[in-house]
Structure formats: structure tokens, C-alpha cells
Design a protein around this ligand. Structure first.
Ligand code: SF4
Length: 289
């Protein structure tokens, strides 16, 4: 397979065929994100993508899912993207689902009918990096969107038929806005009501603006107990009709897997137990991004 730059994928796509359609992310301005530092966003030539699909047809016959990398595949013109999906269907008939990252901008650029068309042609799940439901923090981290935009586009993605997985970031609001961040994130998640929520804990990446702020004493990293408190408030304020709320990413101190609303109370109790020191937390050296 032909890869350029840094390739990332959601944890749930660990066994997927990683098909790189774009390089980088068209925004590349979020203050905490170092994934595509210095990378100019571009769409890869169709010939390269098609050659990768042909490679996968020979060597990836046991992988049932395809994940379209990098950050912004939905930005690819509709005809081109449909062409790629059609080729996946023909050459990889055993593939049951195609996934991709989405953001507010790329979801806005497609009409609802276009998104429905992509869903009908194989894209079954999109992953939306929300980070926070607090408008002030969204502005501080230069996310380039508002909670109103996130709610609108999150709902649009679901209306189009995609499964929706949303990522939120514990610790991203710092200490002063931690409570508001937790509460507002719960509110926005409840308004979107996605299928999956993944909570990660902020880890600073050298070279990013947020890392520089931290070094200059302008941005504090929360302690494990503060992150747990934030997670507790977030979950207490999140009302999903049937979604999964996971905080089992390698960056988290306390792994959580909750089916909402069924496991909500038990999860809040577990966090209380951890805060009281009766459940052990992941040691620092085992945390990773
Ligand atoms: S967080 Fe997402 S949208 Fe922001 S720069 Fe990183 S990849 Fe792009």
C-alpha cells in the first residue's frame, strides 16, 4: 500500500484495510493536534488509490472493513469518492463497511442527498472529532466550529444513515473551564444522540501551540483525579437513547465501556470508587495516544 505522512485511524478500525485517499487534514489548525504538522492537505491521485485497492484485493482478503484515511476524505468531490467506493465494492466484495473521519466543514459541503448516496455506496460510519461542547473552549483550541455547527452536522450525518462516532477530549478546557466543558459536552452529545462516544484524555504533543502554552505556564494539565471528575460530570450530563460511551482509549486512566442509558449509574459509581482510591488507575507509563 502507498502511504504518505502520518497515518492514524480510530481504535475500532484497528483491523481495517487502511486506504489513504487524502494526505493530511484541510484544517490543520487545532492547537492540540500534531498529527499532520507541516503536511499540506491534498487528495491523492485516483491511479494511486485504485492501485492500493488492487493490492488489497490480493493481500487483504481477511479484513472485512476499510477505513479511508486521512483526516478529511469527505471533502473529495462526490463523483471521485463514489468511483472509489464502487471500485471497493467490485474488487473487495467481502468488505462489509467503509469508515472515514468527518468534520463540520466536510459534512456541510455535501448535501443530505449526497451523504445518503455515500452511505448507500458503502460508507457506514463516520468519526467526528468534537473535543468539547463548550463554545469558549472550541474557540480557544481553534477548532473552527461552534456547538451549533456540531449539533447540526452530527444530526445530518445520522439522518444520512451513517453510524456516528464522536470523540471528546478530557482535559482540553484546562482547569478553569473543566466543569463547564464537562457539562456542555454532555449537553451537546445528548442533543446529537450519536451511536458511539469515545472520550480520550489530552496528552500534549511537542510542537503544537497548546504544548507551547503549557510550557509557558499558560495551560495546565489536569491531574488524574480532576480528569475523572470531569468524566463523571460529562457522563452524568450525557443522555443517549442507546449509544455506547467508551473511555477505554490508551490515554485514559480508568477504562470505561458503558451502554447508555443502562450502564450510566454503575459507571458513575465506578468513577466514584476510583476517586476514593478503591479502584486502581492506569500507571502513567502505560498511557499512550
Ligand atoms: S484535530 Fe482533526 S480537524 Fe483539527 S487539525 Fe487535527 S485532524 Fe485536523
Amino acid at each position: 500500500m502507498h502511504y504518505e505522512g502520518n497515518i492514524i485511524r480510530p481504535p475500532s478500525e484497528a483491523n481495517s484495510i487502511l486506504l489513504q485517499v487524502t494526505v493530511g487534514c484541510s484544517r490543520n489548525k487545532c492547537t492540540f493536534c500534531g498529527t499532520y504538522q507541516g503536511e499540506r492537505f491534498r487528495i491523492k491521485p485516483d491511479s494511486v488509490v485504485m492501485a492500493d485497492i488492487a493490492f488489497a484485493a490480493r493481500y487483504c482478503r481477511r479484513q472485512r472493513r476499510v477505513f479511508l484515511c486521512d483526516g478529511d476524505v469527505l471533502i473529495v468531490p462526490q463523483k471521485r469518492l463514489l468511483n472509489i467506493l464502487a471500485r471497493i465494492k467490485i474488487e473487495l466484495p467481502w468488505v462489509t463497511r467503509v469508515g472515514a473521519y468527518a468534520n463540520v466543514k466536510s459534512l456541510k459541503m455535501k448535501t443530505l442527498d449526497e451523504l445518503r448516496e455515500l452511505n448507500a455506496h458503502g460508507i457506514g460510519i463516520v468519526y467526528l472529532g468534537m473535543e468539547t461542547g463548550d463554545d469558549v473552549t472550541l474557540k480557544n483550541i481553534n477548532k473552527g466550529t461552534t456547538t451549533a455547527g456540531l449539533i447540526q452536522m452530527g444530526r445530518k450525518a445520522m439522518e444520512a444513515g451513517f453510524k456516528l462516532s464522536i470523540t471528546v477530549l478530557l482535559g482540553i478546557a484546562g482547569r478553569e473551564r473543566s466543569h463547564i466543558h464537562a457539562k456542555e459536552t454532555g449537553r451537546v452529545l445528548s442533543e446529537i444522540d450519536p451511536d458511539y462516544v469515545g472520550a480520550l484524555s489530552l496528552m500534549l504533543i511537542p510542537g503544537t501551540p497548546l504544548y507551547a502554552d503549557h510550557e509557558a505556564g499558560k495551560f495546565p494539565l489536569l491531574r488524574p483525579d480532576e480528569l475523572l471528575q470531569e468524566l463523571k460530570i460529562m457522563i452524568a450530563n450525557t443522555n443517549l437513547s442507546k449509544g455506547l460511551f467508551h473511555a477505554n482509549h490508551a490515554s485514559n486512566y480508568l477504562p470505561i465501556k458503558a451502554r447508555m442509558p443502562r450502564d450510566k449509574e454503575a459507571t458513575l459509581t465506578l468513577i466514584d470508587e476510583a476517586l476514593a482510591g478503591r479502584v486502581s488507575l492506569k500507571p502513567e507509563w502505560l498511557r499512550a495516544l
